[in-house]
Design a protein around this ligand. Sequence first.
Ligand code: SAH
Length: 389
Amino acid sequence: MSQPLRLTRRLGDVVRAGHPWVFSDAVTIPKGARTGDVVDLVDVDGAWVARGTIDVDTPLTFRSWTTRRDEVVDAALVSARVAAARDLRRDVLPHDVSGYRLVHGENDYVPGLHCDVFAGVASIRSDGPLGAAWEQRYVAAVREAIRPRAVVARNRAIDDGAARLVHGTLPDELVFREGGRRFEVDVLEGQKTGFFVDQRENRDRVASISRGKSVLNAFAYTGGFSVAAALAGARGVTTLDISRPAVDAAVRNFALNGLAADTHELVVADAFDYLSALVDRGERRFDVIVLDPPSFAPRRSAIAKGTAAYRALNEMAIRALPVGGWLATASCSSHIRGDAFVAIVAEAAQRAGRQLAVAGVWGAGPDHPRRLGFADGDYLDFVLARVQA
Ligand code: SAH
């Protein structure tokens, strides 16, 4: 093992309490350390803190794998952690769900690995140079845990982040189930791992208020919320995304669920422009508006800009809703979440001069567990609110 990594700031107790990350401004990197090496982390005073992996190529220098001094960090530990993650899913997921997150990175105590499964196909995303160094171990552990028929992997540091088939063969058409819903997923060309399984339960929540309603699904991607609303008896559904291939996939997902195409309106546009035009025309034709944009604050430095974008977007949606209309709005930014996101929605309502009643605030489903002591690892908020006046 390399020389220990010494903290230059007193963060030992934070790591002991569960936070798995130490950034480059808080440690001295030992000479000769290479990305992917297993190292011990010691406190300012030399006391042992944790064992984990080092990344000398990015600012996220250290990821803690264990705070038990006798635990070895190796391929066997990856396998044990992935098996534990699998067992958690077996306990919490219904049998009719075949698209789910198998491993949720640090939150499952497997630093650097995100893995979704779609009908027996594992779609892995590993983080940067560290993930690249550990990818073979990740793939082996996933294969051992669930015996997938295929494994696809992506990593920003390899082939410009393109998805690679690293095991098995892919079916011509990959379709998975989410309760009563069926979705096709393109694990090679799709965004992130191919599908956003984190919104599964929130799709149920939108479904529960959609019967007989006219629903706008903005930032729709392949139409997850659209299918949920339509199956629940929505009068009409408008699927909007800036990406043409995403909207085309939403059309196929409608067909896959036996839904009639004539109640499905398709819009390839910028959601900001579309909502702004609705507001300008004073048109309140939607009873439900779903907003699930990409992260507007992917970095800490983007918080101010991101906050302004969420506020503007939500204000337009609230203005475009009638009294009795529903706003279903999400933030997937770990830098703008929880109370901060709810406060943005409140401010948007105030600016729009409307009163909102919040029916609930939720996050991702139980296959996205949260590691205690690691608030930074939480990233999704979903607010469901009714316009009361
Ligand atoms: N709600 C989706 C996931 C949304 S991902 C689901 O449940 O599966 C975010 C989507 O926003 C992407 O599909 C992306 O193409 C789209 N997008 C990004 N910027 C946009 C914009 N300005 N207007 C409309 N869509 C946009």
